[in-house]
Design a protein around this ligand. Structure first.
Ligand SMILES: NC(=O)c1ccc[n+]([C@@H]2O[C@H](COP(=O)([O-])OP(=O)(O)OC[C@H]3O[C@@H](n4cnc5c(N)ncnc54)[C@H](O)[C@@H]3O)[C@@H](O)[C@H]2O)c1
Ligand SMILES: CCCCC=O
Length: 527
């Protein structure tokens, strides 16, 4: 009897050890070699105090879908007030340690994180494909960009410095660039890992801690990032992930220990975030939507302009904030432009995003697909002509039959007052319009409440810079499009946002400047 009990004890002890080991395994190891139609997610996707944490209640859990198959990947319970508080407090404790390190020490840890991420680039990219639906080719590029972002800000960390300012009588002042404290990052679903890195890498480089809330539609890779930071040596709690939607986001924005909110998403949500942050006088960065103009003059290199228009509209199934979706083409070259752009759009290989040859994967969700197809229908009703695409697409592979695919669409006969030209569609739909003069097209291009990006194709150097100067947008691409880089500031004008991400400019948004004034003589008192 005694021996049997012992055997039982050892058996259960062994099982328990095995289970504990499993739950401590890095998420990426569990997802190693992720493939479409098979990935199962049982591990918790929250992360604070240096570990993955199960949400307290499974109530209100929302399904997370695999866009290429329509399969449910997992149910995601949102974090409530208690969990948000735990994550913020864990971030604050880590911030107190991390902010005391020198920039060089912080940079070294970030470089190690970049090294680890590069080593696992393909595996992470596959997870991004499973969760987002974009092609593996693009996802690999995205993860490469994330690696570069961490490297770039690792390099910036030791360079953070203040100023020495001379004052009368040998007195002087100096400024110190200090971190803000606990920063909240709230992300959209179109570039899940890139957005988490674009916010966390500069925040951490500047000595802050971060609580990040990914979009509930693409929640996985942020946790992988958290595990990489931990493995690289950041203190437990420095980078945390809380899952959930609007309610969880709003709890984060209202938390009294949060110093700043960096938000990426739509204009309506951005306004709400700004209002919530205002209540606590918290700083905000808002990276919002756009409806960017791309202006193609008749003196352009036509083949480049066509390729540029495709790059401006069809990456990530058209779900890119800075896309140049209002394509203005000078009337004289409109027929040649349309012929070439339609030929190349029809040739875009839509389908299995994991295959090397695929150039367009699945949209993020069924409602998003329906919304985009609805925009095409509405455009037709308003007089636009569909030159190609704009239809649901069903791949031949039975595994992908439930996926959210559509054929990329080019619309001709568009006018500035049409819905497809005024509103952000966030799908693979290009609206093309003719123009005659530079003055006219600038006026039309700027006639929008958005101001995220813009582009111009011309061989005339003076015109290119004149147009760039006169376009009311945070970025202007000359003779290319969507050539964003981590070393270049990015952010919107007008309702497309406040603040910058990437480049050195972002330092301004994750630090505060303290002025120290030093008297070298006696106090001259008036009293
Ligand atoms: N400018 C940029 O850098 C950039 C980059 C990517 C996407 N975007 C924009 O994002 C939009 C698409 O993303 P989306 O559909 O996820 O946007 P969204 O505004 O619906 O959601 C963005 C994030 O905000 C959260 N959220 C929703 N309601 C909230 C609330 N009340 N309080 C706090 N958080 C809340 C969501 O859960 C999500 O994490 C597009 O408009 C696109 O242009 C902008
Ligand atoms: C990667 C930069 C963000 C692009 C917008 O969707």
């Amino acid at each position: 009897m005694h021996a049997r009990l012992l055997r039982h004890f050892f058996f259960f002890f062994f099982l328990r050890q095995k289970f504990l080991k499993m739950s401590q395994q890095p998420l990426l190891q569990l997802l190693h070699n992720a493939s479409l139609g098979s990935l199962e997610l049982k591990e918790p996707l929250n992360f604070w105090c240096g570990a993955r944490v199960q949400a307290r209640s499974a109530g209100n859990a929302e399904p997370v879908y695999e866009p290429a198959t329509g399969r449910v990947l997992c149910d995601l319970p949102p974090c409530g007030a208690e969990e948000v508080d735990q994550a913020v407090r864990s971030a604050h404790a880590a911030y107190l340690k991390w902010s005391r390190l020198s920039g060089m020490e912080r940079g070294r840890v970030l470089l190690e994180a970049a090294r680890i991420m590069r080593e696992r680039l393909v595996d992470i990219a596959k997870v991004e494909v499973v969760n987002n639906g974009k092609t593996l080719t693009e996802a690999k590029g995205n993860i490469h960009m994330a690696v570069q972002g961490i490297e770039y800000f690792a390099g910036i960390a030791p360079t953070l410095a203040g100023q020495h300012i001379q004052m009368p009588g040998g007195c002087f002042a100096y400024t110190r660039r200090e971190p803000l404290g606990v920063c909240v990052g709230i992300g959209a679903w179109n570039f899940p890992l890139v957005l988490a890195v674009m916010k966390s890498a500069p925040a951490l480089a500047c000595g802050n801690a971060m609580v990040y809330k990914p979009s509930p539609m693409a929640p996985i890779t942020a946790v992988i990032l958290a595990e990489i930071y931990k493995e690289a040596g950041v203190p437990d709690g420095l980078f945390n992930v809380v899952q959930g939607g609007a309610e969880t986001g709003s709890l984060l924005c209202h938390h009294p220990m949060v110093a700043k909110v960096s938000f990426t998403g739509s204009v309506p949500t951005g306004k709400k975030v700004m209002e919530m942050a205002a209540k606590g006088v918290k700083q905000v960065t808002l990276e919002l939507g756009g409806k960017s103009p791309l202006i193609i003059f008749k003196d352009c290199e036509l083949e480049n302009a066509v390729k540029g228009a495709l790059m401006a509209n069809f990456l990530t199934q058209g779900q890119v904030c800075c896309n140049g979706t209002r394509v203005y083409v000078q009337r004289d070259i409109l027929p040649q432009f349309l012929e070439e752009v339609v030929k190349r759009t029809k040739a875009i290989a839509v389908g299995d995003p994991m295959l090397d040859g695929t150039r367009m994967g699945a949209l993020i969700s069924r409602p998003q697909l329906d919304k985009v197809l609805g925009f095409v229908k509405e455009a037709q009703k308003q007089g636009a002509r569909v030159l190609c695409g704009g239809e649901p697409f069903v791949p031949s592979d039975p595994k992908l039959k439930g996926g959210y695919f559509m054929s990329p669409c080019v619309l001709d006969n568009c006018r500035d007052d049409m819905t497809c030209v005024k509103e952000e569609i966030f799908g693979p739909v290009m609206s093309v319009m003719p123009f005659d003069t530079e003055e006219e097209v600038l006026q039309r291009a700027n006639n929008t409440t958005f101001g995220l990006a813009s582009g111009v194709f011309t061989r005339d150097v003076a015109r290119a810079h004149r147009v760039a100067e006169n376009l009311q947008a945070g970025t202007c691409f000359i003779n290319n499009y969507n050539t964003n880089s981590v070393v270049v500031p990015f952010g919107g004008y007008k309702m497309s946002g406040i603040g910058k991400e990437n480049g050195q400019a972002v330092i301004e948004y994750y630090t505060q400047l303290k002025t120290v004034v030093v008297e070298m003589g006696d106090v001259q008192s008036l009293f």
